[in-house]
Design a protein around this ligand. Sequence first.
Ligand SMILES: [Zn+2]
Length: 169
Amino acid sequence: MAVLPIRLFPDPVLHTQAQEVTDIDGALQKFIDDMADTMYKAPGLGLAANQVGDLHRVIVFDVAQREGKPELMVILNPRITAADGEIIHNEGCLSVRDFSAEVRRSARVCVEGLDRHGKPLTLTAEGLMAVVLQHEIDHLNGLLFLDRLSRLKRSLYLRRLKKRAEAGG
Ligand SMILES: [Zn+2]
């Protein structure tokens, strides 16, 4: 198990669509364990493969760790099959330093995919878990929460990033 380096915005891998997982082998299991280590170490509620520079559709997440009873969830090739309601949550991202913003998403989602051993799974989530699932699946589609903000809010962040680069930080 190892902690992998997390790619930071504006790394182009974060804006690249990830491909379906087809080979469920030992290398994938090791990669999933490394992703989990990376997420817990950060710490973060979720991590998508793009964020560690791998373009396969793999997400890991754990919204129970906050209550001190971690429960790792892994979904391969996740896709949202149903969504309803609306939730506005203040989101951050391990790939976007020192910035968070309110994002509007579906309050409830149904997600289908495969578990880490390739067995089909269906998950219905609401609240924080629904937010995390939509955030991580966005990553696999090459989208960041920044891409869901108004142009004004996004430009505030871009300007801050530019200033920091100019200051050599
Ligand atoms: Zn993220």
